[in-house]
Ligand binder design. Structure first.
Ligand code: ZN
Length: 103
């Protein structure tokens, strides 16, 4: 089993622990909830921009309130999946030590 080292107190712990034994810092693996929310917002903007691009390049396609919701939804799901996939790859080995108490 691999070990991880706390950047705050330099205590070595087993990979997989949730709290640092030395300083009680919270240990988080992968990417956090905030990244998921940011990915979602970025996907939403990407989706709406794609629709504007589609509308300008393909003028015969009419995107209005009746189908816009579905089109945005489809692009949103596609972009969000891609972003989560990339984030998973990028932050697979990311470990963060979060210490709430400031000294
Ligand atoms: Zn620590």
């Amino acid at each position: 089993m691999s070990v991880i080292k706390c950047p705050h107190c330099f205590t070595v712990s087993d990979h997989g622990v949730n709290i640092c034994k030395g300083c009680r810092a919270e240990v988080r693996y992968g990417f956090g909830k905030r990244s998921v929310i940011v990915s979602f917002i970025l996907s939403y903007f990407a989706a709406t921009n794609t629709i504007h691009l589609l509308a300008s390049f393909l003028p015969w396609i009419t995107i209005d309130k009746s189908n816009g919701f579905i089109v945005i939804g489809v692009f949103l799901v596609v972009y969000f999946s891609i972003m989560l996939f990339i984030c998973n790859k990028l932050f697979k080995n990311s470990i963060r030590f979060i210490r709430f108490t400031r000294i």
